[in-house]
Design a protein around this ligand. Structure first.
Ligand SMILES: Cc1ncc(C[n+]2csc(CCOP(=O)(O)OP(=O)(O)O)c2C)c(N)n1
Ligand SMILES: [Mg+2]
Length: 364
């Protein structure tokens, strides 16, 4: 008897990742890609939020340098990724940040003093209307939570998506893969946004992963992935809006290519590991420049408007800082706000603290 081996060459899989840019570095737009629903006032509105996010960032950095805020992770350079994606969210969508999405918080209407309180060490749950999670520092741990929350939306038949942010560094964590895998299998309405700012503290993107794009990590999880110019607020808006619309049929991964123009956090000095030429190159791609160019060309913006907007925003920021600095925190909230009810073990600790007057420096 003879066995004849037949070897047939077949392609088991082929994948492709698209790249979207709508507005180039000079502010010219590709009309065929421009979202029809966006009116002039939308672009002006987004630009104002980008300016607001930048002004707020500069203020918090300055407060930290004066000893009036704790360690802070600036967003400088990443405004388009944050404002574009937040502008696309609907009220009922839930957002899950890491530790750098201050622009998203602003756009979601978080009272500004809340942010300054956080940077003074007062960690509270967010007001319900913001519809999001508070800042999450352990890298990528927010992703499985987001996938679970997305599944819960589907289970409860709610028309809401969960938009979760993660850094380029975060995409190397097991949590990231597990979340995509779970969301893919259960077709959970999750939109995962990679804010790829090219650095994870001192580790550059090319050492982070041998993967040509981070968006293609979606393919292994059986979900769609797309790469977007993350310094193009219109492209980010468009990709996020489409992903949210499609999320009722399953998750999506969006990689936003942006750049961290500042330091990782106020505890970091990037000049120790990053060439100045690289930063200079990205400064020319500043996400604010191209929107301003676009609006100026359309006669919708000028220096006078910008001056008035900056003055108004500075006033709002200063007032919020003042409210935060005068806020009298209730130390009991560290017990009462951890769970939806106070469990017995925490209640015992709270009773002990009250009995011994720990708030006033009492106790042993
Ligand atoms: C699980 C875990 N490991 C390490 C750290 C320390 N850490 C904080 S931010 C960071 C880098 C994150 O880089 P990336 O995901 O690209 O986000 P980016 O800071 O660039 O926004 C690291 C390693 C942490 N917070 N959590
Ligand atoms: Mg990064």
């Amino acid at each position: 008897m003879y066995l004849i081996g037949i070897c047939v060459e077949q392609e088991a899989f082929e994948g492709k990742i698209e790249y979207i840019q709508v507005m180039d570095e000079d502010g010219n737009v590709d009309e065929s890609l421009f979202p029809k629903e966006l009116k002039d006032q939308d672009i002006v509105g987004m630009f104002k939020y980008m300016l607001f996010a930048r002004a707020n960032d500069a203020k918090t950095l300055s407060l930290q340098r004066q000893g009036r805020a704790v360690t802070y992770a600036p967003l400088l350079g990443e405004e388009a990724t944050q404002i574009g994606s937040a502008y696309a969210m609907r009220k009922q969508d839930i957002f899950v940040p890491n530790f750098r999405q201050h622009g998203v918080f602003l756009m979601r209407g978080l009272p500004m003093e809340w942010m300054y309180l956080y940077w003074r060490g007062y960690e509270e749950q967010l007001p319900k209307n913001v519809n999001g999670e508070a800042i999450i520092v352990p890298v990528a741990t927010q992703m499985p939570h987001a996938a679970g929350m997305a599944y819960a939306q589907k289970y409860m038949r709610k028309d809401s998506a969960v938009i979760a942010y993660v850094g380029d560094g975060g995409t190397s964590e097991g949590d990231f893969y597990e979340a995509l895998n779970f969301a893919g299998v259960w077709k959970a309405p999750m939109v995962a946004i990679i804010e790829n700012n090219q650095w994870a503290i001192s580790l550059p993107r090319e050492k982070q992963s041998a993967s040509k794009t981070l968006a293609q990590k979606a393919i292994a999880a059986g979900i769609d992935g797309v790469q977007v110019d993350g310094n193009d607020v219109i492209a980010v808006y468009k990709a996020t809006k489409e992903a949210i619309e499609k999320s009722k049929d399953g998750p999506m991964l969006i990689e936003c290519i942006t750049y961290r123009l500042g330091m990782h956090t106020t505890a970091d000095d990037p000049t120790k590991y990053r060439p100045d030429e690289e930063v200079e190159k990205w400064k020319k791609r500043d996400p604010l420049i191209r929107v301003r160019n676009y609006l100026v060309k359309k006669g919708l913006w000028n220096d006078q408007i910008e001056k008035e907007v900056a003055e108004q925003q500075a006033k709002e920021i200063d007032a919020a800082v003042e409210r935060a600095e005068q806020f009298k925190e209730d130390p009991k909230s560290m017990f009462t706000n951890v769970y939806s009810f106070v469990p017995q073990t925490l209640q015992e600790e709270l009773d002990e603290a009250e009995k011994n007057n720990y708030w006033q420096g009492g106790g042993k």
